[in-house]
Design a protein around this ligand. Structure first.
Ligand code: AMP
Ligand code: ZN
Length: 143
């Protein structure tokens, strides 16, 4: 399937590239939340945060930390968000894993969603449910 980010990594599509090495490439998002909004992607195609192998994810994270520092300083930002949207309801539109680096300013709008609160005992139930899956995936984490 045609992938716009693979095309950028392979230089078949244009992008405002900020940095690249053998494994990753960082470029400006064409529809920025704030100017300087940057995407960091692995050059190899992986659909999302769960399917990218750990060693490749590590390289993307290292590069994201490096580039985020440069974006923050160059944009004189007061802060930044690192975001990874995974799946349709989370807002993923390009199914090639990436981190967003979004410069933020004291004068910005608020990105926080409306927060829920847990009913009596519900927090423990949710935690138990998640803990059962955490145990299930332990081998993958250690592996
Ligand atoms: P997401 O919605 O988290 O999958 O993020 C995909 C991002 O890619 C969006 O913010 C788009 O604006 C951005 N995008 C899509 N096509 C391009 C492109 N050709 N060059 C740069 N950014 C792009
Ligand atoms: Zn791709």
């Amino acid at each position: 399937m045609e992938c716009v980010f693979c095309n950028i990594a392979e230089k078949k599509a244009e992008a405002e590239i900020l940095f690249e090495d053998d494994n990753i490439i960082a470029f400006l998002d064409i529809q920025p939340v704030n100017y300087g909004h940057t995407l960091v992607i692995p050059k190899k195609h992986h659909d999302n945060f769960l399917t990218i192998p750990k060693d490749e994810l590590q390289k993307v994270i290292n590069a994201t930390q490096y580039i985020a520092g440069a974006v923050k300083r160059s944009m004189n930002a007061d802060g930044f968000n690192i975001v990874s949207n995974n799946g349709d309801p989370a807002g993923q539109s390009v199914y090639h894993f990436h981190f967003h680096i979004i410069p933020r300013f004291n004068s910005d709008f608020n990105l926080k969603p409306k927060l829920k609160s847990y009913g009596e005992g519900a927090m423990r139930e949710y935690a138990d449910e998640i803990r059962s899956f955490v145990s299930k995936y332990k081998d993958i984490y250690n592996g």
